[in-house]
Design a protein around this ligand. Sequence first.
Ligand SMILES: CC(C)(COP(=O)(O)OP(=O)(O)OC[C@H]1O[C@@H](n2cnc3c(N)ncnc32)[C@H](O)[C@@H]1OP(=O)(O)O)[C@@H](O)C(=O)NCCC(=O)NCCS
Length: 175
Amino acid sequence: MAGDDTLVLRAPRPSDEPVARAAQLALAEDGFDFGLRPESEPWLAYLDRLQREHRGEDLPLGRVASTYLYGEVDGRIVGRASIRHTLTDTLRAEGGHIGYAVLPAERRRGYATAILRRSLAVARDLGVGRVLVTCREDNVASLTVIERCGGRPDPEWPVTRNGPGDVPTLRFWID
Ligand SMILES: CC(C)(COP(=O)(O)OP(=O)(O)OC[C@H]1O[C@@H](n2cnc3c(N)ncnc32)[C@H](O)[C@@H]1OP(=O)(O)O)[C@@H](O)C(=O)NCCC(=O)NCCS
């Protein structure tokens, strides 16, 4: 698949700021984000925070170590991934180990599938065994991505908690 051949996951860099801020706005229309805080945070402070989150340093209560990466294709940032190193009760119910998003203008090119595949390799390198991925029941595109990456429905489904708007959240495990 084209997305798999060309996409790389990499850490955000100082020069990414304008693209990342535009991506944050573009994804807000879907209720997602590009990992930037809503309040203004200087870009270099943001990069520093990501490194500390990756190392698991200075984490706020309830947050676990996580690795934040951008998906790049031919020099274009097309999406992002957040890879949580461990689960909390909240992440177990909703969020899982890996979250991802692709910019609206870059969709339907296999990039989300490539981002999740690459993120699974990163998670393995971080020592995560089975990977949990969650998804709202009405997110057809993401359900397809998870299925293509080998996701198997959690046998304990249905979960007790529903997502926003009472749409159930589905949970999948990837070995
Ligand atoms: C979900 C999302 C990541 C998919 O990104 P993408 O790069 O378009 O995904 P892919 O190109 O890998 O598409 C995978 C498949 O999903 C299906 N799909 C994608 N968009 C679809 C849509 N709007 N309607 C129905 N099926 C869709 C298609 O079968 C597609 O493959 P195809 O183009 O070969 O037919 C993207 O829509 C997004 O960022 N949404 C907002 C954030 C989000 O929902 N993140 C996931 C949270 S669980």
